[in-house]
Unconditional design. Structure first.
Lengths: 559, 314
């Protein structure tokens, strides 16, 4: 597609760095792009591990009273699946996108603290290995990713699995906070001249807000983990009933981290969607300020909704209602975004690339997860549905139908920038449709299972006709989803070997990362184009109709 | 086995929740339909066709954006009002208007992987099956002996956690006689899946009869095999965990005083009949692997003696 016009007002010429080669260049790298790719590749490896765990669970649940896995094996696997997907896949893959893309989007040479960036990644990688090492110590953690005491305490989880769990999350959490601080500092201090916060691309906006969430929320988890370790290793009494401790205390601290964590896992995905939908609709984002501002609202509210995970605890009606109201409120800024994205498509000239297919599917899939989420804010409905398969369905519509679909959209969109080659569109379409079908088969029916009274976290279930049928369908969907991941891997490997060469700007896009080579040089830019709006490359390509001349003027009656 | 759907109420306490759930499901379905129609319509109507120029750039419209902020707020506001009303209807206060704390009619203590059920008024203990008179609202005290569990019988009332060191209270009511299935809803360890419970609502007369029978000590076994079974129960490790009124008093495992009168074995794992009881005692691990019930390695004739004894506990 079109190339950037050459005759530019050159702001400054940047110094060139020589690139080192070989494996050492990856291990010793402080380059944000290499670290970003390390994050994403490591997350992909753990995604395969977590996916295999999911398939083992679904195989066990394919038939009632199945004997494929015994209970303790099943409990270890579901604990590892949850912990892996949250801490080793979703958060890191988003961090990878953030540290790769944010410096490029703001015209910087690197993040603010490149060495801290490397430390953050390596803590994550080593923490992940520490968690998986528990399998070789013959006892993976088995108290669920939420690790409620007293079950996670010594008398009930006697072996070392829980200790591996707490220590590895502590290590990973420390690394995540470092990266969060780094992104904040980068956006605050490294923006190229002209890039005011009003001109920040929305992905960078969401990354910035996300980093504040990380810095605010992770310490609560780390504190909880330290207390749990003190209970387990030093015979402390933070969470032990009968010795002055309280198991409910853990739940408050854990969810005080845990609910912001949900938004940590979804805000960068919103950022991806806010980049992909405009470019392939060929239209500027509808309501830039509202999309960014509603994200700030989500971030603030997210610290005041945690106890909606605890309506069954018996906190009393007043407290239940306070958290019910705040949880309903947080649905509003989320809903706003859905409509703004649809309005961005409205009147566009939509190109249905694989990235756009995933983004459009995201809109509907995430809406399903959001709406079922509102149901959990309604206390009496939560009293019935919490801890059932309805929650499993809800949360996968948010994290898979939402985040994973957005991440796939982002990977198809930015892969050309990462690798210099465009992912195959024909394999991409196969990947999309298999994912879409497999995902909905797996999780749609789990709503019904929850309504029909099937509790979650069970290694087997009684022979009940409706449960048998729905579980069988769900398992078949999971296998389909497994195949879709194989198609994606094939696409990535084939593209890296001999995919179509991308060029600088294969999608005719508008943000700064497309104003450099694919992949970018170590120093990112030889020249940074002038920035006078949120779409500097649009301004370059349309000198007669630049955004900065228009500001946020509304064109009346656009079709 | 029948399912217990959350969309079916068999209790005046659960009815308001079912109504609210249906209303909310309809609202959510309508919103989902709206979003889906908009997305599909935009995808088809505004898809790129060859030769199409860059479309006009629309930066937003404050009034439209305000509309899709305020409408959801109003909708959620009304749902919140319904929430407040439904909570009051389905979960009435447990303390009387004058501030008195009435004593519980029923105490349920959750253990790793079974339910201890105490009737403080009549003074007996049973396990895994709650009997109550239909139409009478019972105040239930929920406790836990080890880890957190959750009492959930979907067709009768809300679920509520059972937390060690922090007792909860719950109203339990069945409008009509019947059997209502439930389960532990909070992950509690290896055999969480087989920690099932059933509530058996009876006519007041039947319930009174049941209560009288349960309060009595079972008669001493008459035939020799069963007598030998009782001896085995006392001398082997069984009595270290299981209480049988007049025989043993430990409460680590379920009370077996009137075991033979129950519908199921091992917290809903098996239908209670002599064949299943023998299979269960022969190898508990086969049915509830990794539960706390050990295999007593009974010799075949000891096994039948034990079954003969336990079958006398009507």
């Amino acid at each position: 597609m079109s190339e950037i016009p050459v005759a530019l007002p050159l702001l400054r010429k940047l110094e060139r760095f020589e690139k080192e080669a070989g494996m050492l260049s990856w291990v010793a790298s402080v380059d944000h792009k290499q670290i970003g790719i390390l994050y994403m590749v490591t997350a992909l490896i753990f995604f395969i591990a977590g996916g295999v765990e999911a398939l083992l669970m679904r195989t066990q649940l394919m038939f009632p009273e199945n004997r494929f896995l015994n209970p303790s094996a099943y409990n270890q696997i579901f604990t590892m699946h949850g912990t892996t997907m949250i801490f080793l896949v979703v958060v890191p893959v988003l961090l990878g996108l953030m540290v790769y893309l944010v410096p490029l989007m703001i015209g910087a040479r690197d993040v603010a603290f490149p060495r801290l960036n490397a430390l953050g990644y390596w803590l994550y990688a080593l923490g992940g290995c520490l968690l998986y090492f528990s399998f070789f110590a013959h006892d993976a953690p088995a108290a669920g990713w939420f690790a409620y005491p007293p079950l996670s305490e010594k008398p009930y989880s006697n072996l070392q699995g829980m200790d591996f769990w707490a220590l590895s999350l502590l290590v990973i959490g420390a690394g995540t906070v470092m990266t969060g601080l780094n992104v904040i500092a980068t956006v605050a201090a490294m923006r190229v001249q002209g890039m005011s916060l009003r001109h920040l691309p929305l992905f960078a906006w969401m990354s910035l807000i996300n980093s504040f969430l990380i810095v605010g929320a992770m310490p609560a988890l780390n504190a909880a983990l330290v207390m749990l370790l003190i209970d387990r290793q030093l015979r402390g009494n933070f969470f032990k009933p009968g010795a002055g401790g309280s198991p409910i205390f853990w739940q408050h601290v854990f969810w005080n981290f845990g609910h912001p964590e949900v938004y940590i896992m979804v805000l960068p995905a919103f950022g991806v969607i806010s980049e992909v939908i405009p470019v392939f609709s060929r239209k500027v984002i509808y309501g830039y300020a509202v999309v960014a501002g509603s994200t700030v609202a989500i971030a603030l509210l997210s610290f005041g909704v945690w106890a909606h995970h605890m309506f069954a605890v018996g906190m009393g009606h007043f407290l239940d209602l306070v958290f019910s109201a705040s949880s309903m409120l947080i649905a509003v800024p989320t809903g706003i975004k859905i409509f703004n994205w649809i309005a961005t498509m409205w009147g566009g000239a939509i190109r249905f690339t694989t990235a756009m297919w995933f983004a459009v599917a995201f809109l509907v899939m995430f809406t399903i997860g959001g709406l079922s989420g509102v149901m959990f804010a309604i206390v009496p409905i939560d009293w019935q549905l919490t801890d059932t398969y309805f929650v499993v369905a809800h949360m996968h519509y948010v994290l898979f139908g939402g985040t994973a679909f957005a991440v796939f959209a982002g990977l198809y969109y930015w892969f050309p920038k990462f690798s210099g080659r465009v992912l195959s569109e024909s394999l991409g379409k196969w990947h999309f449709w298999l994912t879409f079908l497999g995902f909905n088969l797996t999780f749609m029916v789990q709503h019904n299972l929850g309504v029909l009274g099937m509790p979650r976290r069970v290694f087997t279930y009684p022979n009940i006709h409706d449960w048998n049928v729905l579980n069988f369908i769900s398992t078949m969907g999971a296998y389909l989803l497994g195949i879709s991941v194989l198609v994606f891997l094939t696409n990535v490997i084939r593209t890296v070997r001999n995919g179509r060469i991308a060029g600088n700007d294969p999608w005719d896009a508008w943000t700064l990362e497309w104003a450099t080579t694919s992949p970018p040089p170590v120093h990112n830019f030889d020249y940074v184009p002038p920035v006078r709006s949120a779409r500097p490359l649009w301004d370059l390509k349309h000198p007669d109709d630049p955004d900065w001349r228009r500001g946020r003027k509304v064109q009346p009656n656009v079709r | 086995m029948p399912v217990s759907s959350i969309l079916q109420a068999h209790s005046k306490l659960d009815q308001p929740i079912v109504h609210l759930t249906v209303v909310v499901l309809v609202i959510m379905a309508a919103i989902l339909a709206l979003v889906t129609v908009l997305v599909v319509f935009a995808s088809i109507r505004y898809r790129y066709r060859a030769g199409l120029a860059e479309p006009p750039q629309n930066f937003g419209n404050r009034n439209l954006e305000l509309t899709w902020t305020i409408l959801p707020l109003l909708l959620l506001g009304s749902i919140f009002v319904l929430t407040v009303i439904t909570m009051a209807d389905s979960d009435p206060p447990k303390t009387a208007a004058n501030g008195d704390d009435p004593p519980a009619d029923l105490v349920i203590v959750a253990h790793q992987f079974w339910w201890e059920i105490r009737y403080p008024g009549a003074g007996f203990v049973t396990a895994n099956e709650v009997h109550l008179p239909a139409g009478r609202q019972m105040l239930v005290r929920l406790e836990a002996a080890d880890v957190i569990h959750d009492f959930w019988v979907p067709e009768l009332t809300r679920k509520e956690d059972m937390i060690p060191g922090k007792p909860n209270e719950l109203w339990l009511l069945a409008d009509h006689p019947g059997v209502y299935l439930g389960t532990c809803a909070e992950f509690c360890g290896n055999e969480h899946a087989w920690m099932r419970i059933r509530v058996i609502a009876q006519t007041p007369d039947e319930f009174a009869k049941w209560e009288r029978e349960q309060a009595q000590q079972p008669p001493s076994p008459a035939d020799a095999t069963a007598q030998r079974g009782e001896q085995l129960f006392r001398t082997m490790s069984c009595a270290n965990c299981h209480a049988i009124s007049g025989v043993s008093s430990e409460r680590v495992g379920p009370d077996l005083t009137h075991l033979a009168s129950r519908e199921t074995l091992a917290a809903g794992r098996l239908k209670n009949d002599p064949v299943n009881l023998e299979a269960w005692l022969h190898d508990p691990n086969n049915f509830k692997p990794e539960s706390n019930m050990p295999n007593a390695n009974l010799k075949p004739d000891d096994l039948s003696a034990m079954v003969a004894y336990l079958e006398t506990l009507r």
